[in-house]
Every structure is written in structure tokens, then in C-alpha cells.
Design a protein around this ligand. Structure first.
Ligand code: ZN
Length: 342
């Protein structure tokens, strides 16, 4: 156990993985009163000042990025109080419910690694955490972000149980993709989000009515609205994969230009290690040849890759998110918006 004068620390782990930025309550074992609250640090360590045998801890699936609930309107998921083991490691029982703690840790990591880099100040700072409901009880089979939710109208992320990261984190891209939608929706006024909710649902219903799968993919035509929204989901997913692959070897300032170069050169770092990697380098920007505004890969390439190469990726993202506040929901509207703010 690491010992630092009057403080001691415990490594909080699940399947041996450290859980960074998880809410912790220190509880008096006798009175059940909360003595202190805090977060595990970036290495997943829990620091306790003057620990004694009368203290227990409860871990909650919440941090500055998300709060995780098992049902809409329900409480944040927390563990029962546990005593602190003498060996300095708090390894959690590997139950399905502990997956919620891992999701909260992963959301916080992705927010820091990806959205704090792409959109400093807009990603997580000074905003209430995004509510996440897992498992989602709606008929949807995939993760999604509701642009408006009960009771306060805020966007809400819904994850399926199969999205729960555990072991090898089989669907790491899901969290980055969905957090992108949450970050985007948070920039928008309520009326824009209500409008999106109605139009996106209409598209899903039209697909179901014609017997087609209501899914989207980089090269498939959907609608200008769906392509506009999903282009940012693509960015979250792809940028996070890039930042994760490079780890701490590259500074935040280098990540943006490096990522744009990666995309424009066919993904030499990512294509080998990412199953199903979809190269973007053959997609020319909108306005040069046959490009469909209803194809998310085309919108993505134009707004983030080619424009990112021209004005910088952070600026391209700032314009995209800024246009959300102005009610923009398609590439065509974005062009008008850019001409007006230039
Ligand atoms: Zn999406």
C-alpha cells in the first residue's frame, strides 16, 4: 500500500483494470453517514486521509462526464458500502452491475482524450454530466442518444447491455460515437433537438416500414439530417481510435494535424489494427465531383477531414458545434451558416 504521511491510497480495479475518475463516498461504518466524497484519480487510485478501520467506501458510476442509471429517472448506480482491504487493492467483484462503473470510467477517459482535445471547453467543462441509461428498455437494439428526454429535456445516452465494456472492451468505439452525439446535442436549443427527434424517428420508421434495417454506415445514403449528425459520431469514433492507438506519445496539439494526415493517407496506423476500417482518403470534398449530402462518409470527409486540413481540426469542430447552437441540421445549412459568420 502506498503511504504518504497522513494519506493512504488504494488501487480500484475491475478485472485488473484501474477505474479512473469514479465517484467515491467515504462512509462512517457505525453511523452510515458520509464523511467525504471524491473521485479516483487518473490512475484509478483512491486517496483517503487519515484512514481508520471505521471507514467504508461506496463507489458510484458518476463523474464530470456522465451519471449512469439503470432506469430513466432512477438513482445513480452505486455499490453497497465496502471495507477497505489491507493490501491496497480494491478489486471489484466481476458482476454485470460493476460494468456500469467501467462505463463511467471509460466515458470520462474518452471525454478527456478526444472531446477535450477536439473542442476545448465544449467537451465536458462546466456542464452537467450526461445521463446514461443502461440497459436501454426501448425497442432499439443499438446504442443511441435521445436528443430530448424526461424530465428536464436534456439529451440522454442509452446503451444496450451488450455495449457494456468488460474484459477486452469489445465495442470501445460505441462510447466515443455516442458521446459525440451528446456533445453535439448539448450545443443546441431545445426546439432544434425536438425537431431532430421527430425527423430522425420518421427516418427510422420509414426504414422499418420498407423492411430495411434502420442502420447507417459511412458509405450508405440516408438523409441529409442523418448524414449531418452521424458525421460527428464518425469523427468521435475515429479520432478516439487514433488517440488511443498513439497513447501518451503525442501531445494534444499534435493529435489534430496527425489525425487529418492519417485520414488523408488511407489510415496507415489504423487500417491494420482496426477490423472493418473504412478508408476515407478516396472521398473528395463536397463540391468536387459526385458527392451525396445524404452519405455520412462524404459529409464527414468534407467537414472534418478536408476542412480540417485547411483551417485546422479544432476550428472545423468549433464551426460544426457553433452551427448546432444556430440550429443547423444539414451540410447545406452549414454552408449558409459559414458564409454568414465569415
Ligand atoms: Zn450515431
Amino acid at each position: 500500500m502506498a503511504s504518504g504521511g497522513s494519506s493512504e491510497s488504494w488501487a480500484v480495479t475491475l478485472r485488473g483494470r484501474p477505474l479512473a475518475e469514479i465517484s467515491v463516498r467515504l462512509i462512517d461504518a457505525e453511523t452510515s453517514r458520509t464523511r467525504a466524497t471524491g473521485l479516483t484519480d487518473l490512475e484509478g487510485r483512491l486517496w483517503v486521509r487519515h484512514p481508520d478501520r471505521g471507514v467504508a467506501v461506496s463507489l458510484c458510476a458518476a463523474n464530470r462526464t456522465v451519471s449512469i442509471h439503470r432506469r430513466a429517472g432512477g438513482p445513480v448506480v452505486c455499490t453497497p458500502p465496502m471495507s477497505l482491504p489491507p493490501d491496497g487493492t480494491l478489486e471489484l467483484a466481476d458482476t454485470p452491475h460493476c460494468a456500469e462503473l467501467a462505463i463511467a470510467a471509460e466515458c470520462s477517459t474518452v471525454m478527456r482524450r478526444t472531446f477535450d482535445t477536439l473542442a476545448p471547453g465544449l467537451g465536458g467543462a462546466a456542464r452537467p454530466p450526461t445521463r446514461v441509461v443502461v440497459p436501454d428498455k426501448s425497442p432499439a437494439r443499438l446504442a443511441f442518444v435521445a436528443p430530448v428526454s424526461w424530465p428536464d429535456g436534456r439529451p440522454e445516452l442509452r446503451l444496450q447491455r451488450t455495449d457494456a465494456p468488460s474484459g477486452e472492451w469489445p465495442r470501445a468505439g460505441v462510447i466515443a460515437h455516442e458521446l459525440a452525439h451528446a456533445v453535439h446535442f448539448r450545443t443546441m436549443p431545445l426546439r432544434t433537438r425536438l425537431n431532430i427527434a421527430a425527423r430522425y424517428s420518421a427516418w427510422l420508421a420509414s426504414k422499418v416500414a420498407t423492411g430495411e434495417a434502420p442502420t447507417h454506415a459511412p458509405a450508405i445514403a440516408t438523409t441529409p439530417l442523418v448524414a449531418w449528425l452521424e458525421a460527428f459520431g464518425m469523427l468521435g469514433e475515429r479520432f478516439d481510435a487514433y488517440a488511443r492507438a498513439l497513447g501518451s506519445r503525442v501531445s494534444a496539439a499534435e493529435l489534430g494535424p496527425g489525425f487529418v494526415d492519417e485520414e488523408l493517407s488511407g489510415g496507415p496506423r489504423l487500417s491494420r489494427q482496426t477490423p472493418g476500417y473504412w478508408p476515407i482518403d478516396t472521398i473528395r470534398p463536397i463540391g468536387h465531383g459526385r458527392i451525396d449530402l445524404g452519405v455520412e462518409g462524404h459529409v464527414y470527409a468534407s467537414v472534418f477531414v478536408h476542412r480540417g486540413a485547411e483551417v485546422g481540426l479544432q476550428r472545423a469542430v468549433a464551426d460544426y458545434l457553433g452551427s448546432g447552437a444556430a440550429g443547423v441540421t444539414s451540410y447545406e445549412q452549414f454552408r449558409t451558416y459559414l458564409a454568414a459568420v465569415a
